[in-house]
Structure formats: C-alpha cells, structure tokens
Design a protein around this ligand. Structure first.
Ligand code: ZN
Length: 152
C-alpha cells in the first residue's frame, strides 16, 4: 500500500458516538470537568467528544469508546433537554427565540448573540459543547424561521 495514504489518527479527528453514530464535537478538559458529576468525570480521558444528537443518552465519549450519559451530567444539556438553555453561559433558552419568532422580531435573539460575543471566555467551561453558543443560536433561529414559513 502507498504510504502516503496511511497515517496515524490525530486527536482532532472527528469521532462518532459509540451509541448513535453522530459525529462528535471535540471538547476540552474544562468542559468535562464542569459538566460532568465529579464521580463520573473519571470515566473519560483528559478530553472528550460531545454527542449533540437530541435523543441519544450518551453525552460525552472518548477515543476508547468510553462514555458518560445523561445521568452523569450535572444537568441535562441542550438539545437533549430542549428546554435547557441553548446558551449555557447566559441561560438563554430557545423559548426566548420562539418568542421572537412569534412576533417577527429578532430583538431577544440579537441581544443574546451580542451578549455572547462580548464574553466568550466562559464558554469552554459553561457550554456543553465547549464553545460559544452563537452559531447554535443562529442556526436554531434560521431553522425555526424556515419551518414557520412552511407552516409548521
Ligand atoms: Zn450519541
């Protein structure tokens, strides 16, 4: 085999959830430290991957197929609990986005994005997926806006 096509897996390579097969999002150690209960933290290595599939009970897993489930978390994260804050840092929930959509406004959503942009230092610890929620908020707004236009 041509050696150019063979390489060692790197820690940043995407891994799939051992339960549902969703591509995991690499999260730093501090995310696992704060999101997992102390007694569950040792189930995983220093870093792990977040499974964002809403109905999957696996929340974090690592390269050795070790995993932590909903019961191992301090609180059930969005979107596994759709009512959990979509932004763990500021407690912004999808209900606020729905309230915006209901009146055709972007006021609350825009304010939340501005607030999140102003302070992203807490995200690795407070966001279940270890990074800013800005993209997630914007994706949710766009998706729901499109759904409402189609009458859902
Ligand atoms: Zn999963």
């Amino acid at each position: 085999m041509n050696k150019a096509f063979v390489r060692e897996p790197e820690p940043t390579d995407a891994l799939r959830c051992p339960r549902c097969g969703t591509l995991g999002k690499l999260v730093p150690a501090i995310t696992l430290d704060t999101q997992l209960r102390a007694e569950a933290r040792q189930k995983l290595g220093s870093t792990g991957y977040y499974c964002s599939f809403p109905t999957c009970e696996v929340v974090y897993f690592d390269a050795f197929d070790r995993f932590a489930e909903l019961a191992d978390c301090e609180r059930v994260p969005y979107p596994k609990d759709p009512h959990a804050p979509i932004c763990g840092c500021h407690g912004f929930s999808t209900e606020a986005i729905e309230a915006d959509l209901a009146v055709g406004s972007v006021e609350r959503t825009r304010a939340a994005v501005a607030q999140a942009k102003a302070n992203q230092s807490e995200c690795p610890a407070r966001s279940p997926w270890g990074e800013s929620c800005i993209g997630e908020i914007q994706r949710y707004y766009m998706r729901r806006q499109a759904e409402l236009k189609r009458g859902r």
